[in-house]
Unconditional design. Structure first.
Length: 202
């Protein structure tokens, strides 16, 4: 056997041994990495993330600008010249019903907004000057639906409403759990306002 043949054979043996060692080491590392990746990809997260809910709460404090302000589905009379015109009542695929409208002070004096949050102390503490006291009533299903809240107790509704001077208006929205699909009409109430029957679209 020539020297070149021996050298080549020995070189191949060394290379083969090195490759085998790398493959074995790589298999051990990959197993650990795959397990870590699987664990990080499927963490046991809570059903509702506080961070996400906070973002939703902050984002959803104003009514949707895409709502037609001229649509008048119902007009609710309130105290001291206040009126609430409902512009939209829509069910979405996420299982929510959103009510949007505009409150106007048609009186001649400034009106406070603090009564619209309702009487529940926890709700008042987290959502002062809001419309968190609104409810939907499914008379057929005999069930009440309250404004949704995040894990911090903040409502999915318009908050931080300031007193309304004479002639001023404020756009508002409230988001509720969706009644069953067969329920197409609900009674809507907001503290200090009359009750109105609303048809759900979507």
């Amino acid at each position: 056997m020539s020297m070149r043949r021996i050298t080549t054979t020995r070189g191949m043996a060394v290379v083969t041994a090195a490759v085998a060692a790398l493959v074995l080491a790589g298999c051990g590392d990959d197993g650990g990495k795959q397990e870590d990746a699987q664990e990080s990809a499927t963490p046991s997260a809570p059903a509702s993330s506080p961070a996400t809910d906070k973002g939703q709460g902050q984002k959803d404090t104003a009514a949707d600008e895409g709502v037609d302000p001229d649509a008048n589905l119902a007009e609710l009379r309130g105290q001291n010249g206040l009126t609430l015109v409902v512009n939209q009542v829509e069910r979405d695929s996420g299982g929510f019903v959103t009510v949007q409208g505009e409150i106007t002070n048609t009186g001649d004096s400034t009106q406070n907004t603090s009564n619209w949050v309702g009487q529940e102390s926890a709700l008042v503490a987290k959502n002062p000057n809001s419309v968190a006291g609104a409810t939907l009533v499914d008379k057929k299903g005999k069930k009440n639906y309250y404004v949704l809240r995040d894990t911090d107790g903040r409502c999915l509704c318009t908050t931080a409403l300031v007193p309304l001077s004479a002639g001023e208006s404020a756009a508002v929205f409230m988001q509720f759990p969706s009644p069953p699909q067969e329920t197409t009409e609900v009674d809507f109430t907001l503290p200090t306002f009359a009750t109105a029957s609303l048809k759900i679209s979507g």
